[in-house]
Unconditional design. Structure first.
Lengths: 785, 198
């Protein structure tokens, strides 16, 4: 019944969207500066052409240019100036961005300048970083969580070699939103061993918004937002595609992904895309032993179709993600005594480290995720653009323990989510551009067999308004927004009707404000403030039962209040184009009701044995830290990249550190660019070192303050250093390019354990892993219609 | 061809596709509302000690947790045995929420090559397995699986001198690597009783 009503409501909206008046274009603005790569002086009067729509502009006396009114999409930008070699670059536009472009002098042709080496920067006051192009190619074949580790300040919370969740400045799970093709990923994201069900091959760009500034995606992104953005559907007639292949030596993992897309020449505006991925890997090897039953298999596909006209457009998208993940038997813990036993051994028993195999046996997890999305837009006169997005997601998770006659050895969770969003982007009004929107969600969860999360239904709605203003000289940028959200959990019960909870409602405001001052073309400073809040998650409210893997009994707290945060960011950015780029982001977050799982020394006795009792509670907390990075071409062909990420997280209520926070980490990379030959282009060699310090800031055990393990079972693992090598090139066979990356991680086969990996109790991290990644773009000859 | 793909038709096709896809989700996989709930948890562990010399003399101890994991704590009868005496110990696992009570012991017998029941003595409650003591009694399994490895549903317990501590019954589930030792697999069931031998 409720579904029916929702559908009727959506239909009405759709009908309205179709009949609304139409005129004018989109609202995205791109810009930047054009300089002479030799003299570093700004170039006045350079011509900038958007080849797709013929928009032309010229740079002003400071070399600056602005192109307004673009829709999201891939554009080819042609920049030319007298006395310089023209440059053409492809620019994937999804939001306001800036890019500084250096034009090579026509007289000095000694070296070709790789303009693409310097990526576009999002124009926003919030700290935003993205992976695209070469940087993204380097992550092909990895899971989303592992790929995002390339972004400074993002770490991963892992459970063995296959399950990896992004952690943004120490915050994760319910605090990080993942947007898969614009839709909030709704899986069982509360679990530390539940990775996001997203195929990273779908993405042409991965964007991380640190902090809570991204109001349009939800007010509850206390930690940040991860955007998985596919490229826009093609607008140029013709068929094209791309094949990606990755192979890894350690677990003999192979990944194959292909994309095929076409703008149908016979029907202007109609385009489609098919994409599919297969991934299969076997047991992982640590230095010294194999981890049995750690194989993974994944099969994903998606299909998209779009019909775009100047005044309106419609897009359909469907995707499916399926995976089977082996659970390492040596980490499959029956009860607390077993866990202590496993820790005492120091390394897994030999029957769990026998050798390589691709087969996945019990215990294992099966996860399937399905997304269906419809997006439509109508241009609303000179005023702006109206967008409507409706989606349905279905998530199924099955956790199978050992086959056993004695106990409930399976857990199945089913989660269905409907979302709808109506947005209106308004065009520049006295320099002010913004978006007004409303969103709604309905969700239903049910379980079978073992209870951990009850059955529930949930309704959420929100309204928001964000605005952005740029001064005419581009020196100043101001941003601000407010959002109100309301979320309700109801019909909360278990299958035997022993448990029934009362309806729970949360509602509050979130907001953000920021300013950016662009002192020169090379330097800008941003400040950003956000207030964010999130309703307590279902696990925090209603968890009841054994959490396998950690061997603990977890109890939710139905009385938890919403978690709120005041977040401050200061960002400094200095940039000399290809030569040098330096970035510093400082943050300070003050939380009230920060929700976390509190270990205790009491024990729950059950037939499965005795389990330490843990419960959800909240406290006031403070996190602060810094993400800094430097990229410096210290010699014409040599580049140094250094990243540092530092975090301090404090529980203000008990005056001690917060548990399970990533330690400080540093990364240094030296790259050598030997230059292009006729067949080999974009060549590079790189050596990098990762340094992860020991986490010494952990909460003390109140009963035994000198115990180095604190409230944990073991002290945090020692610091470690990893050495990695990589080389890449784009090989040209006639007109056919083939991008090749060959590398190895942990080349010294260092033995180590990581504090953010649940496996730190049982086993070492993987050893050396050699990989090969190939990307083959496909261009099919145009057929005359 | 071209005439079919007019913009109006296209919209119609998209709309039709959208309607189809959205109505398709009616057959949600959880749609059938019978919530499967296998309540196979063991509620009761029953230990029967029979004096080997005088079979009429029996000591019966039970460990009972009717509301499952969490909730009320289990009810446990303490065990009192005589020093320097030989007992035959039979271990039974029951699900008493079912009527009549489900005897789970039979399922262990059926999968005896995947299970091993241990009976351990400890000085302290909830101690680590490695802290188990052999000073209280000698435990010898009497039953064997197809591979001639002990099962432990029937054991011989020869008590030694006086002892006060804890007696733990553990069902180890060892689908791979059962070799007679405690190590492989995980614990399916575990019950601990206070014990006094005097």
């Amino acid at each position: 019944m409720r579904n029916l009503r929702l559908r009727a409501w959506l239909c009405g909206l759709l009908a309205f969207a179709w009949t609304a008046p139409a005129m004018a274009q989109c609202t995205i603005r791109i810009g930047g500066s054009v300089t002479d790569s030799e003299t570093k002086k700004p170039l006045y009067g350079a011509t900038i052409v958007v080849k797709e729509n013929g928009q032309i502009t010229k740079s002003n006396e400071k070399g600056q240019f602005i192109i307004d009114g673009l829709c999201p999409g891939n554009y080819t930008i042609h920049i030319s100036h007298i006395g310089c070699l023209p440059v053409e670059l492809s620019w994937q536009v999804s939001g306001d961005e800036r890019r500084n472009i250096a034009l090579p002098h026509s007289v000095t042709q000694l070296q070709e300048v790789a303009v693409t080496g310097h990526a576009a920067k999002e124009v926003t006051t919030a700290p935003v970083e993205s992976l695209s192009g070469r940087e993204l190619e380097k992550t092909r074949g990895l899971t989303l969580g592992e790929a995002l580790k390339r972004v400074n300040g993002v770490t991963a919370m892992t459970t063995g070699p296959n399950v990896s969740k992004p952690v943004i400045n120490g915050l994760h799970s319910n605090r990080v939103l993942v947007l898969n093709n614009g839709i909030r990923q709704e899986g069982q994201q509360w679990g530390s061993e539940h990775a996001p069900e997203v195929d990273p091959f779908l993405a042409n760009k991965l964007v991380v918004v640190k902090g809570a500034g991204a109001l349009r995606y939800g007010g509850d992104a206390i930690g940040g937002v991860v955007l998985v953005e596919p490229r826009e559907l093609p607008v140029k007639p013709g068929m094209s595609g791309e094949v990606n292949m990755s192979a890894f030596s350690n677990n003999r993992l192979g990944a194959l992904s292909a994309i095929l897309e076409q703008q149908v020449p016979a029907v202007p505006g109609l385009s489609w895309r098919l994409q599919g991925t297969l991934r299969k890997g076997g047991n992982t090897r640590t230095p010294g032993y194999w981890l049995d039953n750690t194989g993974v298999e994944e099969y994903n596909f998606s299909a998209a179709a779009g019909y775009k006209k100047k005044q309106y457009g419609l897009e359909l998208f469907y995707s499916q993600f399926n995976t089977n993940l082996g659970v390492f038997e040596g980490a499959h813990i029956g009860n607390r005594t077993d866990l202590e036993q496993a820790i005492k051994q120091g390394r897994p028993l030999s029957q769990y480290t026998e050798g390589f195999s691709y087969s996945i046996n019990r215990p294992y997890q099966h996860v399937a995720h399905e997304l269906f999305k419809v997006k439509g837009y109508v241009n609303t006169g000179n005023a702006g653009k109206l967008n409507l997005v409706v989606s349905r997601q279905f998530n199924e998770r099955e956790e199978l323990d050992y086959n056993s006659a004695l106990s409930v050895n399976r857990m199945n969770l089913f989660l269905t989510t409907w979302t709808g969003e109506l947005l209106w982007d308004h065009k520049s009004w006295n320099g002010l551009r913004g978006t007004i929107g409303a969103s709604g969600m309905y969700q239903k969860n049910s379980y079978q067999r073992r209870l951990f999360i009850p059955n529930y239904e949930s309704r959420q709605w929100g309204v928001f308004w964000t605005e952005k203003w740029e001064s005419a000289d581009n020196k100043w940028l101001f941003e601000g927004g407010v959002r109100y959200d309301n979320k309700e959990y109801y019909n909360i019960n278990d299958n035997t009707n022993d448990i029934a909870y009362e309806t729970q409602t949360y509602g509050s405001f979130s907001g953000s404000a920021g300013a950016q001052f662009r002192m020169t073309d090379n330097f800008h400073a941003s400040v950003n403030y956000a207030r964010a809040w999130r309703p307590a998650g279902v696990n925090e409210l209603y968890a009841y039962g054994l959490h396998h893997g950690t061997g603990t009994f977890e109890l939710g707290n139905a009385g938890l209040k919403a978690e709120a945060a005041n977040k401050f960011n200061l960002g400094l950015h200095y940039d000399l184009g290809d030569k040098l780029e330096a970035d510093v982001n400082l943050y300070y977050n003050k939380f009230s009701n920060f929700i976390f799982l509190q270990p205790t020394d009491s024990i729950v006795v059950s037939i499965r044995g005795s389990f330490p009792f843990m419960y959800y509670t909240s406290a006031d907390a403070t996190t602060k830290g810094m993400d800094a990075q430097l990229r410096w071409r210290f010699l014409p062909k040599w580049q140094l990249t250094t990243k540092a990420s530092v975090l301090r997280a404090w529980n203000d209520d008990i005056n001690d550190w917060l548990i399970s926070m990533p330690s400080d980490r540093f990364e240094h990379e030296i790259s050598f660019f030997p230059g292009n030959t006729k067949r080999l282009k974009n060549n590079y060699f790189a050596i990098s070192m990762q340094n992860v310090t020991k986490q010494t800031r952990i909460p003390a055990d109140p009963k035994n303050p000198y115990d180095p393990a604190g409230q944990d079972l073991i002290p945090p693992p020692d610091a470690y250093n990893l050495l990695n090598l990589e080389a890449g090139s784009t090989v040209h066979f006639g007109r056919q390019p083939l991008s090749v990356i060959l590398g190895a991680t942990n080349i010294l086969n260092t033995r180590y354990r990581d504090y953010m990996n649940l496996f730190r109790y049982y086993a070492d991290e993987p050893g050396t892993n050699v990989y090969l990644k190939l990307k083959l773009p496909l261009i099919f000859g145009k057929k005359s219609s | 061809m071209k005439r079919i793909f007019t913009s109006r038709n296209c919209i119609a096709i998209f709309a039709a596709a959208a309607v189809l896809a959205f109505s398709a989700c009616k057959k949600e996989k959880q749609g059938d509302h019978e919530h499967e709930n296998e309540n196979e948890e063991i509620t009761t562990v029953k230990l029967t000690f029979t004096n080997a010399a005088t079979p009429a003399e029996k000591v019966i101890a039970t460990w009972k947790d009717m509301d499952g994991t969490g909730g009320a704590a289990p009810q446990i009868t303490p065990i009192n045995l005589k020093a320097n005496t030989a007992y035959l110990l039979a271990t039974e696992l029951l699900d008493e929420r079912k009527n009549p009570a489900d005897n789970v012991t039979e399922e262990i017998e059926e999968e005896s090559d995947e299970h091993r029941i241990f009976h351990l003595f400890f000085v302290n409650a909830n101690a680590q397995v490695t802290d188990s003591v052999t000073t209280a009694a000698t435990v010898t399994p009497l039953d064997k699986d197809v591979k001639n490895l002990p099962v432990g549903l029937q054991v011989h317990v020869a008590t030694k001198g006086g002892f006060k501590g804890y007696f733990r019954m553990v069902v180890r589930h060892q689908p791979t690597g059962k070799d007679g030792t405690y190590g492989p697999g995980s614990s399916d069931a575990q019950a601990e009783f206070p014990i006094e031998i005097k």
